[in-house]
Structure formats: C-alpha cells, structure tokens
Design a protein around this ligand. Structure first.
Ligand code: ME8
Length: 534
C-alpha cells in the first residue's frame, strides 16, 4: 500500500451559503489531492461543515426554521457547489453527525480523565460574530469591537471547562521551531511564535447551557449544564472522521489548509490537544490570506461577495478550468490579500490558457495533421535547437513535485506551463512551417513536432490537477489515458512524465480551441438575477 496523504480544509459554518473564500481553500486542497493521487499516494481529502455555532441557531430562527433544517439546507449548498467545481473530497463531514459527536465525547472524556480539562471560571470579551473570546488587549485595540467583523464585543463571565493549554506551550514552541514547514507561509510562523512567547491562557472548551437553549451542540460528558464549545467540537473533525479501523492509517501527518483568520486555533490549540491525546502532529498548517474585492474586504453588509451565482456565471462563460486556474494562480496564497477583478481574470486567461497551452496545442496538432496526416512523427533527436527535451521534462516534474511539497500552488502551475511555453519558443525559433516547404527537411519537421507533442503531453499530465477538463481532452486527442475523476492515472506520475512514452504513429486529432480567446471588451459575466442576501 502506498504512503497515505491526508489533506483537510476548514469545516465551514452553515449559517450562510458558500462563497469564493470557501471555494478557494477547498480548491487548493483539491489540486493537492489530485496531484498526490497522480503521484500514486493513498490520498484522503476531507472537507465539511461546522454546524453547532450559536449563529446557526440565530440564522435559523430568523427564517422560522429549526437549526438542523437550516444546517441541512446550507450543508447541501456546500456539497452541491463543491461537486459542481469537481472537488474530489473523499468525505464530507458534518459535525451534527453521530459518527463525529460520539468520537468528540470520547476525546473530551479522555482529556477530563487525564486532568487536562477541568471546570473553572472565565471572564472575557466574547466576539459573537466569530464565536470566540478575544484578549483584553485585542479588545482595547479594536475599541471593543470584533477585529474581524467590527460588531460590538460582549463582556461575558462564565463557568466553563478549560483545557490546560499553558501545560503544552513549551513543547509546542519547541516543535514549531524544530519543524520547518509546520506553519506556512513563514511569516505566519513568526506571528504564532511571537504570541506563544507572550504567554498562553487556558482555553474554554465548553459553554453553559442557557435558559431556552436550543438543543444544539454536544453536551459535556457527565455534565448536562454545559455544551462543548463549537471550536473544540469543530477541530476534532479532522481526527474523528478518520478515527475508524479502515481510515486510521491517514492520521499520521495531516496537512491542514485554511485562511489566516483561524490560524491560532489550528497552529496552537489543535496541536496542543493532539499532544494531550498522544496523537500524531499535523505535518503542515497552511494559512493563506483573503480574497478581497476592489480593495475592500468582502462582507455581507457591503454586498460584494463573489457568491455562487457569480462563480457559476464565470464558469459558464470561461469554463471550469479557467475559474480554477485564476484562483490557484492569482489567489491570496502568500501573506498578502488578493483582489478579485474581471480585467485581471481576462488577462490571465488569455495569456496562460488561450494564447498559452491552448494555442500551442492547436498549432502542433494542426501541423501534424497537415504534414503527417495526423500521425505522430518520429524524432531523430531529443536534444535539438539547444533544448534537451528529456531534461526539460524531468526538471518540470521535479519542480512541480517540490512545489506541491511546500504547497506552492503557483509554482506547481508554472512548472507545467513552462513546458508549453518552451514549445512556443521552439516553434518560433525553428519554424517547422517554413521547413515543411522543403521535402528534404521533413525529417527535421518530424523531430520538432514530435518533441512539441511529447512536451505538451507531459505538460498536460502536470497541469491536469488544476485544469481537469481540458487537459483530459488534450490527452484524449493524443491517444493518451486521461486522469480518472479523482485525478489519478493508471500509471504513476514519474512514469507518465518519462520522455518518449508518446509512440510515433499515434493518431493526434485536431479539435476546437481548448480555450477560445476572450475579448476583454465583453461584459463581465454576471448572474441573470442576483439572489437576495446571497
Ligand atoms: O471559520 N478569502 O468557518 P468559516 C479566502 N467553522 N478564504 C476565505 C475567505 C476570504 N475572503 N472567507 C472565508 C470557520 N474563507 C470555522 C472553521 S475548522 C475546524 C472550523 C475560507 O465558514 C478560509 O478557508 O468562517 C477561512 O479560513 C474559512 O473560509 C472560514 O470559514
């Protein structure tokens, strides 16, 4: 059995519908999962929904629904949106499922028995919009408003159960310092270390059951007066979902992807709880930045979210690959936020896809049709016009693999695209269309076109995790195996990227442009009717 690879996204709140931010994180995990499957790894990719938040109860009440009715509707929206974007998650966990709740009760029971979770008193500033307490200094700094949403903070005093976070602080600090790549990007690691050094406090793991409490949330084991705090409940999803006989092998070095808003929970509280339970640590906690729009944070009150109807309009106009490509290549992967803009989208689409790999593949298949009746010619040399093609292909595979190991998705895409750009440069320099006019030069033309076709085949394999639709089509046109729905191939990536697999004589069919050029004067795709409150 090949080595397991486990990647997760946050589980999303079901108080509202999904938007670009949720799709973005899940897309990154999807690209990684597909690539790792192509590499032959035994992949488990998990996403899902976080349902026991108080704001779900409020949102449901506003609509005259029970919390579970509202949660069902929105969890359904997430599942449909993720399927439409062809995400290959192996499971979709909902924290209201018994399989999760029972496991969480078990973990908390263990922590209580060990003395890591105990009853105590807590007074602090509660950010209801984020379902979390903020420290006195953060509250003061933000004028007692939520640092994320700007809503008023609430002073709360509670009897709670607490997790003894300070007990594990030193071990965590040592682990972070000794494990490069544990928190990425690097800038985020320094922020976390700074906060750990400033001192950690106990973490509440419960909230008191109030008068008129909607029956919502997991009860603390042995105490019906408290429910498990939604954040603690939620974090356990990563473990609970694979804590079964068939899936236990996945829990050895999970990769958690999320945005910077929830890094603290993932990089500090979660690893300490895992230490307390004696479980393996994540191998990487990757916190990207935010999508913003026209320089402003996306928010409900501004009504400027890139919501599902807008995403659908883009996908209808440009195709799913184009949507995935733009997000992966121009998203907020690193420490800065990314602005979503139509102009930039068109520029990137035309440059990388229409004029990039799309154009290169049309030129090559057209010339093979014209000069060799559509049968792939034979190459007399693999090093030609100053290019060592097998070495170029090997380097592309190596940089793609290394890029994904550090979750550098842009570099992963560039590795594939660089091969197709090399094909462009090669055609431009060697001018096979001119050589073909002289019958004695047909051998050279064959060499050039074989090298082009073979480089494009390998580029398509490397790009298929980001561009699943059209790269499958391109491989099909070259008589090659397309990846399966989950991104895996019959052979492993290394074998697929070995130079020379394309057999001379293979039929190469022409077809419509893979990515038709887009006229920037066209209006921005928009949903026909904007859904109210979406
Ligand atoms: O925090 N740009 O759920 P959530 C990029 N349930 N990514 C964004 C984004 C934006 N503008 N907005 C949201 C929760 N995201 C908890 C998580 S996990 C154990 C519990 C993405 O619905 C990003 O991944 O508020 C962010 O971390 C997540 O959605 C927050 O989703």
């Amino acid at each position: 059995m090949s080595e397991p690879y486990y990647i997760t996204t946050p589980i999303y709140y079901v108080n509202d519908k999904p938007h670009i931010g949720h799709c973005y994180t899940t897309l990154l995990a999807d690209v990684a999962a597909r690539f790792m499957r192509a590499r032959g790894r035994d992949v488990f990719f998990l996403t899902g929904t976080d349902e026991h938040a108080e704001k779900v109860v409020d949102a449901a009440a506003q609509r005259g629904l029970t919390p579970i009715e509202w949660a069902d509707q929105n969890a359904g929206e997430f599942e449909r949106a993720f399927a439409a974007q062809r995400f290959t998650n192996d499971d979709f966990v909902r924290t209201t499922q018994d399989r999760h709740k029972d496991k969480v009760t078990g973990y908390i029971t263990r922590l209580m028995e060990q003395g890591d979770v105990e009853l105590g008193e807590y007074a602090g500033w509660w950010d209801a919009s984020q379902e979390e307490y903020v420290t006195e200094s953060t509250a003061r700094e933000h004028d007692y408003k939520s640092p994320v949403t700007g809503k008023e903070l609430e002073k709360r005093t509670e009897q709670n159960y607490f997790f003894d976070l300070p007990k594990y602080a030193e071990r965590l600090r040592e682990h972070i310092e000794a494990s490069p790549g544990f928190i990425l990007p690097e800038a985020r690691k320094n922020e976390v270390l700074g906060r750990i050094k400033a001192g950690l406090q106990r973490v509440p793991v419960s909230r008191a059951v109030k008068e008129g409490d909607a029956d919502w949330g997991i009860l603390m084991p042995g105490d019906e007066g408290h429910r498990i705090y939604v954040w603690i409940d939620a974090l356990f999803n990563y473990l609970s979902t694979v804590d079964t006989n068939e899936r236990r092998r996945y829990w050895h070095a999970p990769v958690h992807v999320m945005a910077k808003d929830i890094l603290w929970f993932h990089a500090v509280i979660w690893p300490c709880m895992l230490m307390a339970l004696g479980e393996a640590m994540p191998s990487c906690i990757y916190a990207h930045s935010y999508w913003i729009r026209e320089g402003r944070k996306m928010s409900k009150s501004l009504g400027n979210f890139i919501d599902l109807p807008t995403i659908d309009a883009y996908v209808d106009a440009f195709g799913l690959d184009a949507w995935r490509w733009y997000l992966v290549n121009h998203g907020p992967l690193a420490a800065t936020d990314s602005d979503f803009g139509y102009g930039r989208f068109v520029e990137v689409y035309n440059a990388d896809l229409a004029n990039g790999i799309g154009n290169a593949s049309s030129r090559v298949s057209n010339m093979i049709a014209k000069y060799f009746d559509g049968a792939c010619p034979k190459a007399e040399a693999t090093t030609h016009a100053g290019r060592d093609w097998p070495a170029l292909a090997g380097a592309a595979l190596e940089s793609a693999t290394e890029a994904l190991d550090r979750l550098d998705f842009e570099a992963l895409c560039r590795a594939g695209l660089s091969l197709s750009n090399e094909v462009d440069g090669y055609i431009h320099e060697t001018e096979p269309f001119k050589l073909a006019k002289d019958e004695t030069k047909l051998g050279d033309v064959g060499t050039i076109l074989y090298n082009c076709a073979e480089a494009l085949r390998i580029a398509a394999v490397l790009l298929s995790c980001t561009l699943p639709e059209k790269m499958s089509e391109l491989l099909g046109r070259m008589g090659q195996e397309a990846p399966g729905e989950d991104g895996s191939f019959g052979a492993q990536l290394e074998e697929l990227c070995t130079w020379g697999r394309l057999e001379p004589g293979t039929r190469i069919t022409k077809g419509d442009a893979l990515y038709p050029r887009w006229d920037a004067k066209n209006p921005e795709p928009a949903p026909e009717t904007q859904e109210a409150g979406a």
